[in-house]
Write a protein that binds this ligand. Structure first.
Ligand code: TXA
Ligand code: MG
Length: 356
């Protein structure tokens, strides 16, 4: 395919005529990358199986990993999902638009490509003027995973999308950097009690206000691969730089690991602004993640930092952990997965993982 048409829009008040170009592409069964408040999505008409199949092809995504359907109003919700209890519907009305995806019973008419043959469908209403305007003008729900090549960090800017998919999509809407920088919270409400499938910007603490009996499985922390993949995407390596990255989950050990590992190699170090103060050494290249006093800033910079790892000199990266409160749980889930579960708690473990 030729190079994508890139349309720059105002993220707050998107120009309607510019969005029209993209909406026409969606209606014609083509692929459009667009910003949401979390990350950029790679969209196609969710009611068109053939169009949705192209998403898998462009990303190199396994066909058994279902997509999220994005809606702009509640009519579209009922077009794709059924059997929504009053209790769940009340919550949906309260938290949408926003970074929460609900797994619900699938309505007939949603193509099997979108849901990977499951009888459930993941749905969300994004809180982003560009995404909402695109869905409205397309007059159809839009199926969209994150607009990265499978396995790569999710894109938080149009440049990231161009890097991964510039020659594989028809239109890229550039609405600037996304707000949260990590993907939506996913919660399965097709079962009782509801189960958290992926932590995100809408925190567990907030969710518990609505679902006091919410189940938060261990894998939500990203500590282990789900034995039986509840969210099918969970079993695949995710968000990862191509280079090796080790997480050191103890600050004392982290500092020692940086010092020791950089003696024998060029080391890439991902650290908060505060922690970077403790990092020195000629062989060290720092990638600053943001201030520890604002975990939202860390989340916003995380995937871009993972991409920077691959562009920085050195074969090995180390990163420290963050508190697992609020959006911190989503941050740690992404960091642990991006490391391929190379997790150390001591200097010795870090050395062993580094092969020293
Ligand atoms: O913030 C987001 O959610 C972004 C933006 C574009 O909306 N989208 C996104 O999509 O992160 P993706 O494909 O990268 O992640 C979707 C996840 C996958 O892990 C998939 O397995 C899960 O949602 N999923 C989709 N349908 C499901 C279903 N019926 N049951 C369980 N998990 C499902
Ligand atoms: Mg993704």
């Amino acid at each position: 395919m030729a190079v994508a048409i890139i349309v720059k829009v105002d993220p707050v008040t998107p120009e309607k005529d510019k969005i029209r170009v993209a909406a026409e592409a969606i209606r014609a069964g083509k692929l459009v990358a667009f910003p949401t408040e979390t990350v950029y999505g790679l969209g196609a008409d969710a009611m068109n199986g053939e169009a949705s199949r192209k998403i898998f092809e462009a990303k190199g995504r396994p066909a058994d990993n279902p997509l999220i359907v994005h809606v702009a109003d509640f009519e579209q919700l009922f077009q794709v999902a059924k059997d929504i209890s009053d209790e769940v519907y009340k919550v949906v009305r309260t938290v949408w638009p926003g970074p929460v995806t609900f797994v619900l019973k699938k309505a007939p008419g949603v193509p099997k490509e979108v849901t990977a043959n499951l009888d459930t469908v993941a749905v969300r209403m994004p809180a982003h003027p560009v995404a909402l305007e695109l869905i409205r003008q397309s007059e159809t729900p839009i199926a969209a995973p994150s607009a990265n090549l499978a396995g790569r960090p999710s894109p938080t800017t149009a440049e990231h999308v161009i890097e991964d998919l510039g020659d594989k999509v028809d239109v890229i809407i550039d609405g600037g950097p996304t707000f949260f920088g990590v993907e939506s919270t996913i919660i399965n409400v097709a079962v009782k009690p509801p189960v958290l499938l992926r932590p995100g910007p809408f925190t567990v603490e907030e969710l518990r206000n609505f679902f006091p009996d919410l189940i938060v499985p261990e894998f939500a922390e990203g500590k282990e691969e789900a034995a039986i993949a509840l969210a099918p995407g969970m079993k695949y390596r995710h968000y990862a730089p191509q280079k090796r990255m080790i997480v050191v989950e103890n600050r004392e050990a982290f500092r020692k690991a940086v010092e020791t590992l950089s003696k024998s190699r060029k080391l890439i170090v991902l650290c908060s602004k505060e922690e970077c103060e403790n990092v020195k050494g000629e062989n060290v290249t720092e990638i600053v993640l943001g201030s520890e006093t604002n975990l939202y800033e860390i989340a916003r910079n995380l995937f871009d930092s993972f991409r920077k790892v691959d562009k920085t000199e050195g074969d090995l990266a180390v990163i420290h952990s963050f508190p697992e409160r609020g959006i911190g749980l989503a941050i740690m889930n992404r960091i642990r997965k991006a490391s391929g579960f190379q997790i150390a708690r001591s200097l010795e473990e870090a050395m062993r993982l580094a092969g020293d």
